[in-house]
Design a protein around this ligand. Structure first.
Ligand SMILES: [Zn+2]
Length: 895
């Protein structure tokens, strides 16, 4: 331990009395090394770094090789390894591979006799899966993971721990987000005072942008489980499908003034969680409570943390059949934290609380082994039965106009353990005949409840809960809705999914599940990658796959043009945005250069031997513009909203292969804007760009041909008074502009006019409810719903859409449509009767948002401002609106 750390540790003990014991009365085997022996610090004396965590785990493996396994399951974006640490009896560890085979067999009741199932239930250990630190600044959980591993291996003469080793296997994921933890530790040490400073505003506690919560691309990985956009999440879900654990706990931290949270969860609870799982929340809740009561630790249950969204680290495993739970410890965000009640919370306190809950959970699981293993089996068995009886017996994913999106949806489901089949022949669904190539997923399968969550247009919240939220919002109390209320993937992918009440039997092949580690690669390699030789060139109908292919082609030096209007050629009609790759512009080896790019992205290339169209514009028309690979400046760092900045960067770099230069907002003024074609402003309020000089520079660059893309709050900022980059306004509740244009020197008006107008009759009775309504208020909040947007299909921004798409809407931004002399409203929210596609939107919000602007195009000189009312890259699972965004970036500079 360094001198500085020793001083810290000493100061802590002085501040908070003797450190809390891990497990009072425990005796430990000296052959198992302590953390202090290996790393030089005891629990709570130091925030263990990401590099130190595997060092200690390796030391444990070395000391107890017959009871442990340490495996790497994935790598982060920053190339840090992710680990699973497995603990079991020597007998079980010796036959681990066979046990995993049996665990997987139990997960598919369709191919298991009841006698075999009963035998497996009697024999198999219960698998308890403890996941730590998905949010990198929730630091105590990873140190607790090391304490759990030590305690389980080193405890002597403890009947409970002997039961854990006898009847269970414990799998510890010690650090789900090492990139975020590294970021936290770096800034914490950088800001550390000479002796521990518990003041919450001290630099060591007060994280700079973007904070340690998220991963490299600034995703909240506790929302990514069904989206599967991040390698960390993909690795974790693959590991869970490799093991099928029965109990999964995700250990977090919350604000430092809290106590400790464990389940049962708060309302709303996802309707596809069956009663047996709900009962087991209570089993673990009571056991944890008993232990916390004994140790005198405060806790709360059934508040705040809900179980509705299926993409949390606890809920996604629930839909695989596990008992999934979240635990939350108040965070010291460093070594000590002065609470508002005057107490000092230490880092060690947090570790001990998490350790206590985690160890109690392993004991509870072991003591209820047979019940929990049987419940898992019953979950998967009843899911099949329920699906077979359901009115939604089968889903059919129709490839439609952008087959790459249907494929992406099918692959995402397969990666989550859902059995998806690709039909080798046409399917009849009702009166429709769907050609071969559609994807079929039956509800009568063990993951049917996850499938329903992801593909049904609506997942309902409990009526009483919704009613209570309605009451609360009327009183302007904050709602109790923890996350978004809609996530239906067919809607946000804009992929047609049909349902059938009867079983579909069709010749088909199963999309490989990820158990074999590769992700459906058989599907992505087309039978023939070659393109036919042509005289004129290839037409690429626009869509998600084409956008990615064209971006890559442009970077490879292939010249690509795009049709800004529709045309018909050789009997086929092409919508706005079809790309054209000419032989004459690219040389005779074009087919060989283009083919692998087309195949890689699963795009379509229509060979053409004549440029003479049947209808519409000619290929040589001035409406066919030359595209260029855009040079993109992405605003980065404060005051951008970190998640929006991260999603944007991920969609550009990883989804569509567009390189970006991320420039800190504070440095944009010193940046030569002529190095860029496009400036993307993620959601945020850009005070550093609000000075007259900075705005003049932006305007001049715009007039010279630049494209500015603004997202969500950045659009609101751009529409603000004094900024005026966007020539429309956001609205207040009731429709008044948020920024009113009024002559200088005049006070507020309007309200006195209406109140003074009743002169001829008796004054109306006092209306209490009306009298307490706020005078000036942002619009009604929407807690994350999916709504319909109607597109102007004549505009290039709409390329690849079919006239309407569904977008995620969250919050209180409403943009008055732009006037025709200023620009065009390319995307407009549907009328109020058709607006809401899924989720919860209050009537007041619906009525005001209907027919307001979603996507605004405003020309400025030779350039343009393109403004999104909402974030089109939401959690990177809104495929359809991501195409709108990529159109803005990729096509903006060409027009
Ligand atoms: Zn958390």
């Amino acid at each position: 331990m360094s001198g500085m750390l020793a001083a810290f540790a000493l100061a802590l003990q002085v501040a908070a009395g003797a450190p809390l014991e891990l497990a009072p009365g425990a005796t430990y085997d000296p052959a198992i090394p302590t953390i202090k022996q290996v790393l030089g610090h005891d629990f709570g004396e130091k925030i263990t770094t990401p590099e130190e965590i595997p060092i200690y785990l390796r030391a444990l493996v070395q000391a107890a090789p017959d009871r442990t396994r340490l495996t790497e399951y994935a790598r982060t974006w920053e190339d840090r390894p992710l680990w699973l640490f497995v603990i079991g009896s020597p007998e079980r560890i010796a036959r681990l591979d066979q046990i995993k085979v049996d665990l997987r067999r139990l997960a598919d009741p369709r191919s298991l006799s009841r006698a075999d199932a009963d035998r497996l239930v009697r024999e198999l250990p219960v698998v308890t899966w403890l996941m730590h630190g998905v949010h990198g600044n929730e630091i105590s959980s990873s140190d607790a993971a090391l304490a759990e591993a030590y305690h389980l291996l080193a405890s002597r003469n403890d009947a409970d721990i002997q039961a854990v080793l006898r009847d269970s296997i414990v799998v510890i994921d010690p650090m789900q987000n090492p990139d975020g933890r590294a970021r936290f530790v770096f800034q914490n040490l950088l800001g550390a005072a000479a002796s521990v400073d518990s003041n919450r505003m001290s630099a060591e506690h007060d994280e700079p942008w973007p904070g340690g919560r998220s991963n490299h691309y600034l995703f909240d990985m506790n929302r990514d489980w069904f989206s599967q956009s991040q390698p960390e999440t993909r690795g974790r879900s693959r590991a869970i499908l490799d093991w099928f654990p029965h109990v999964v706990v995700d250990l977090h931290e919350m604000g430092g003034d809290g106590t400790y949270y464990f389940g049962p969860p708060a309302d709303p609870i996802n309707p596809h969680i069956p009663p047996a799982q709900r009962a087991s929340f209570d089993l673990f809740g009571r056991a944890n409570a008993a232990r916390f009561d004994t140790r005198g630790f405060a806790y709360f249950v059934r508040e705040n943390y809900d179980e509705f969204y299926p993409g949390y680290g606890d809920s996604w495993p629930i839909f695989q059949g596990a008992i999934g739970m979240t635990y939350e410890q108040a965070s010291a965000r460093g070594l000590a934290w002065k609470r508002n009640d005057g107490d000092t919370l230490t880092y060690r306190d947090g570790i001990v609380h998490h350790f206590t809950a985690a160890i109690t959970t392993t004991i509870t699981a072991a003591k209820n082994r047979e019940r929990l293993v049987r419940e898992f089996y019953d979950y998967r068995r009843t899911a099949v039965e329920e699906g077979a009886k359901s009115a939604t017996r089968e889903y059919v994913i129709v490839p439609g106009r952008d087959p790459s999106r249907a494929l992406a949806l099918a692959r995402s489901l397969a990666a989550q353990g859902v059995e998806v089949r690709r039909a080798d022949e046409s399917i009849k669904v009702g009166t429709r005949t769907i050609p071969a190539g559609a994807f079929v997923a039956t509800n009568a399968q063990p993951t049917g409840r996850l499938l329903r969550n992801l593909l049904d247009p609506q997942t309902s919240q409990d009526e009483a809960f919704v009613k209570e939220q309605d009451r609360r919002r009327r009183l302007r109390l904050s709602d109790e809705i923890y996350d978004i209320t809609a996530w239906s993937l067919p809607l946000v992918f804009d992929v047609e999914v049909l349902t059938s009440p009867t079983a579909i039997t069709v010749r088909s092949s199963v999309i490989p599940s990820p158990a074999g580690r590769t992700l459906v690669d058989g599907l992505t390699a087309p039978s023939s990658a070659a393109l036919p030789a042509v005289k004129v060139g290839y037409i690429l109908p626009w869509g998600s796959a084409t956008a990615a292919a064209v971006e890559e082609a442009l970077r490879a030096g292939i010249r690509v043009r795009q049709a800004g209007k529709t045309f018909t050629l050789a009997g086929r009609k092409f919508d706005v945005g079809a790309a054209l790759v000419r032989v004459s512009e690219n040389g005779s080896n074009l087919a060989a250069r283009l083919a692998p790019i087309i195949a890689k992205h699963q795009a379509e290339a229509v060979p053409i031997d004549t440029g003479y169209q049947d209808e519409g514009i000619s290929l040589g028309s001035e409406n066919v513009v030359a595209l260029k690979a855009p040079r993109v400046l992405l605003a980065w760092d404060a005051p951008t909203q970190a998640q929006s900045a991260g999603w944007t960067r991920y969609v550009l770099e990883r989804r569509f292969g567009v390189p970006v230069t991320a420039v800190r907002v504070g440095s944009i003024e010193r940046t030569d804007l002529n190095d860029f074609d496009v400036i993307v402003l993620p959601s945020g309020t850009y005070a550093p760009l609000a000075g007259q000089q900075a705005l003049d520079r932006l305007r001049e660059w715009l007039r010279g041909g630049g494209t500015i893309v603004t997202i969500a709050d950045a659009s609101r900022w751009a529409a603000g008074d004094r900024i005026n980059l966007l020539e429309t306004r956001t609205e207040l509740r009731g429709g008044r502009p948020e920024v009113e244009e009024r002559p200088a020197g005049q006070g507020t008006s309007g309200s006195n006019q209406t109140s003074g107008s009743s002169s001829n009759s008796t004054p109306p009775a006092f209306d209490y409810t009306k009298s307490i309504q706020p005078e000036r208020e942002r619009p009604e909040n929407t807690p994350g719903a999916i709504v319909r947007v109607t597109m102007d299909m004549e505009h290039w921004l709409s390329a690849g859409q079919d006239g309407e798409l569904q977008v995620m809407l969250e919050g209180q931004r409403i943009f008055t449509p732009i006037r025709l002399d200023k620009g065009r409203n390319i995307g407009v929210y549907a009328g109020k009767d058709r607006l809401v596609a899924s989720g919860l939107m209050w009537d007041e919000a619906r009525d005001q948002i209907a027919q307001k602007a979603y996507l605004i195009y405003q020309p400025v000189g030779r350039g343009h401002v393109i403004a999104f009312a909402e974030d089109p890259n939401f959690r990177a699972f809104t495929e359809a609106s991501e195409l709108l965004f990529i159109n803005a970036v990729l096509l903006g500079p060409a027009y």
